[in-house]
Structure formats: structure tokens, C-alpha cells
Design a protein around this ligand. Structure first.
Ligand SMILES: C[C@H](O)[C@H](O)[C@H]1CNC2=NC(N)=NC(=O)C2=N1
Length: 97
């Protein structure tokens, strides 16, 4: 089972993840796109990455905004390396087409 990472490890990871914050025991970021279509396109890309990693976001979409929280349910809702890995993949697919 994945183990929580330390506060220092979270700080180091966040330094390389622009716009992400530690918020109530989760890595969190709100993405804002120009349109609903762009937000949906992003969510589909993230969904495929999440399936590939077998690690899934808690998220919410309102029109052109996508709010994401990443924590590991199997680790008591704490942040693990899996959340950091997913955040990196989300950044990688966060382009607008
Ligand atoms: C069985 C399956 O691997 C687990 O339930 C995975 C799926 N996706 C998950 N996603 C998240 N965010 N946390 C988990 O603990 C988790 N566990």
C-alpha cells in the first residue's frame, strides 16, 4: 500500500508543479479554460492518464473550470507519490488545443 510522503517531500514536489497547493491534505489546483469544450477535452485526457496510473482525481467541473484534488484514498486520504505522479501527468496534458 502507498505510504504518505512527508511535508518536506510535498514542498519539494510542489516547487515543480506550478499552481498546485497543499489544501486539506490534498494536492489541489483549479484549471480555467476558454470554453466548456476545452475543459472537457482536458478532462478526457486526464481520465486516460488516471486509468493508466490506476490513480484517480477527485474533481469538479463548472463550465470552463476544472477543480482537482489529489489524495490517496488507500492511504487514509493523505498525499503519496502516486498523487505527485498524477499531478505531473495532469500538467503534461493541460495544454489547450
Ligand atoms: C483497486 C484500485 O487500484 C484502487 O482502488 C485505486 C484506484 N484509484 C485510486 N485513486 C485514488 N485517488 N486513491 C486511491 O487510493 C485509489 N486506489
Amino acid at each position: 500500500m502507498a505510504q504518505p510522503i512527508t511535508p518536506a517531500e510535498i514542498t519539494t514536489a510542489l516547487a515543480a508543479l506550478p499552481g498546485w497547493q497543499l489544501e486539506r491534505d490534498a494536492l489541489a489546483k483549479e484549471f480555467k479554460f476558454g470554453t466548456f469544450r476545452e475543459a472537457m477535452s482536458f478532462m478526457i485526457r486526464v481520465a486516460f492518464e488516471a486509468e493508466g496510473l490506476d490513480h484517480h482525481p477527485d474533481w469538479c467541473n463548472v463550465y470552463n473550470r476544472v477543480s482537482i484534488r489529489l489524495s490517496t484514498h488507500d492511504a487514509g486520504g493523505k498525499v503519496t507519490a502516486k498523487d505527485v505522479a498524477l499531478a505531473r501527468e495532469i500538467e503534461r496534458v493541460s495544454w489547450v488545443d
